[in-house]
Design a protein around this ligand. Structure first.
Ligand code: GLV
Ligand code: MN
Ligand code: MN
Length: 426
């Protein structure tokens, strides 16, 4: 694979050290590197991130949404700022690179700019966004969503399985839920947003390419379905007389899979959780909940998913005499990356001699929400065997350093680029 080392030999050591040190903040009760939003290890890791930003020469503050922001002053601080960053929370049982590469890499990029005496004309803001991963409230990208003023009062009322609201979780974390819909720094115009991230899929590795330039980010539709049947004796109720909520849910799990398999261009569909209220093995299950999601960069197809799946699941459940209630939510719509930012990344990579390919993202990112504030782009680096959201997630330091090199050059080029502000959810 062609790679390009950073010009600074210390960069590899700093990137390695950053990823290793951050990995120490993990929930010892869970497998992998678990650092979920609002958890104790996450809270403790926030201090590490702020300290690392300060060490790189950034002026650090935290916004009311809990995003940690490191500022590298430009020659004209009143000009719309350039923003780069990602997240440091992980999924349950997650890895050490998803999001972390984009925060540790952005801090390293800012350090390299400062230490090389390169002063941009505008401020560079390096951000560690609060809670990017979809959480127990079924909502991803909390920090960037709030920054884009897309976090709603209804979102704050969402409840987890214990009945705790998202607003309460913010309050318990020491953040004021009433200020989340009015985040100050994001109200200023921004020049561009660029996120460095691991691919989380196998394409770059398979094609032996060190860089991907993201074209679009997947939309996500989620639902919780509640299946209500009848509790009956599992030994005496004949197979034909049952209203078994579990069987209706099982049919629904397969219907979700069929939906993903039937996508004409790109589509994936996953059921992550099926829970029965019945605890005794000798009772026909009467109440079952399932949690599923469907993703695609194909807006037309994704737009039809809710109608198709709802009716298919209802019909199948009806065959078993089971009722179904649905709670559908759109985590995010499909978002296109800014063509202007893609061009700037591509020409920076070409000048550096880094081969690249255009690539859609099947994972969601903070960039989705930042796209409503500024022209948005993303740079992907390879993931070993495409593994992500699991402990085996891995990206080589030389690939991360190549990504940082591309990030630094792109930030410099973006500083003086004229960018169209038309950003699209398509
Ligand atoms: C975040 O990684 C997501 O795609 O859910
Ligand atoms: Mn991520
Ligand atoms: Mn993730």
């Amino acid at each position: 694979m062609t790679t390009l080392s950073s010009h600074d030999p210390g960069a590899h050591e700093r990137l390695d050290a950053g990823i290793t040190e951050l990995a120490a903040y993990r929930d010892p009760e869970r497998h992998g590197w678990t650092r979920e939003v609002f958890s104790t290890p996450y809270r403790e890791s926030r201090q590490w991130t702020a300290a690392r930003m300060r060490d790189a020469g950034l002026e650090v503050f935290t916004d009311p949404a809990g995003n940690i922001i490191g500022r590298l002053e430009g020659t004209n601080p009143s000009a719309p700022a350039l923003v780069t960053g990602s997240h440091t929370d992980t999924v349950d049982g997650g890895g050490r690179f998803d999001g972390i590469v984009g925060v540790v890499g952005a801090i390293e990029a800012a350090r390299q700019l400062r230490e090389s005496g390169t002063q941009l004309s505008r401020d560079l803001l390096v951000v560690d966004f609060l809670g990017e991963e979809s959480n127990v409230f079924g909502l991803s990208c909390l920090g960037s969503r709030a920054a884009a003023r897309e976090l709603t009062a209804a979102d704050l009322d969402r409840q987890d399985y214990r009945g705790v609201s998202l607003g309460q979780a913010y309050a318990d974390f020491g953040l004021d839920p009433t200020s989340l819909t009015d985040v100050q720094w994001a109200r200023k115009p921004l020049h561009a947003f660029l996120e460095l991230h691991i691919e989380q899929g196998p394409t770059l590795e398979q094609r032996q390419l060190p860089l991907g330039i993201v074209t679009a980010i997947t939309g996500i539709e989620r639902f919780i379905a509640t299946f209500s049947g009848s509790a009956d004796h599992a030994g005496t109720t004949s197979m034909t007389d049952r209203q078994d909520a579990m069987i209706a849910a099982a049919e629904a799990v397969l219907a979700v899979r069929r939906e993903g398999c039937g996508a004409p261009n790109h589509g994936v569909a996953t059921t992550t959780r099926v829970e029965s209220e019945s605890r005794s093995p000798n009772v026909v299950p009467s109440l079952v909940r399932m949690m599923s999601e469907v993703r695609s960069v194909d807006t037309d197809w994704l737009g039809g998913v809710k109608g198709r799946l709802t009716s298919e699941i209802l019909v199948k459940a009806g065959d078993y005499g089971v009722d179904v209630g649905f709670d559908w939510s759109t985590d995010n719509e499909v978002v296109q990356a800014s063509p202007g930012v893609q061009d700037v990344v591509a020409s920076a990579a070409d000048i550096l001699g880094i081969p690249w390919m255009p690539i859609p993202s099947g994972a969601t990112h903070d960039a989705v929400h930042m796209a409503s504030l500024a022209p948005m782009g993303m740079i992907f680096i390879p993931s070993k065997a495409g593994k992500s959201h699991c402990p085996e997630e891995w990206s080589d330091t030389r690939d991360i350093a190549t990504g940082v090199t591309a990030l630094v050059s792109t930030l410099k080029a973006l500083d003086s680029a004229e960018l169209s502000r038309t950003t699209a959810t398509s």
